[in-house]
Design a protein around this ligand. Sequence first.
Ligand SMILES: O=C(O)CCC(=O)C(=O)O
Length: 266
Amino acid sequence: MSLRDDFERDGVVYLPSVLTPDEVAALARGVDETIARPGPMALDMQPEDGSGRFFEDFCRWGDVDHLRRVILGSAVGRIAGELMRSAEVRLFHDHTLVKEAGSSLRTPWHQDQPYYCIDGTQTVSLWIPLDPVSRRATLEFVAGSHGGTWYMPRSFQRNSAMVFDEGTLEDVPDVEADRAAFPIVGWEMSPGDAVAFNMLTLHASGGAEGRRRAFSIRMIGDDVTYAKRPHRTSPTFEGIDDELADGDALRSDRLFPVLWSRADGS
Ligand SMILES: O=C(O)CCC(=O)C(=O)O
């Protein structure tokens, strides 16, 4: 079995040492800069028990040089192209996710694609920790859950329906209540390792032990198209409707730059 077969079957694979030490250091500097200078979509969640906060920011590749350098210059585009069997790979967006040491905030079970303005099957997200992550605190997945069902996207803070009207999609199953009933996978990880997963694969993570900085690079392949949704997506893309109509391929070099193509890369 190849890694690509595993990715297609399980919707997730573990990839050790995807980034070089220099790239890990650059991403860490980029994440520090992002926290110091949050963007318009940044969220800062403080748990009620006063433990460490959970900081998130989206789409910072355009103005944080260290992030852009790694996204455009590392192996991530080629890896995505091979996993998705895509002739071309575009960046969809980046997502910074930092849990401070001791944070009790769990990331609830969810799929990513229902939060987004895209349809299609050639999707992959690389979640890359910049600090060591134990098996207990790591990102976990329900293997094979990318097979077709779309679950309702909900706000992590308020649990309210997002993007689609309440009641139009079924709710995420209560995986935590019956973990033994689901094929849950997850890996202890070192800085610069990645888990690569389809944007429909159910995933979640525990709170943080030490400080846990992670960076997700989300990439799309040939069959992905723009999908207008009834409500605001997360993230949003400024000016997208001036460039793309519902159903168009995401061919905007301004918003979604090409990271790799088979002709260049093979
Ligand atoms: O870092 C986390 O806790 C969650 C990550 C996640 O859900 C994602 O990258 O899609």
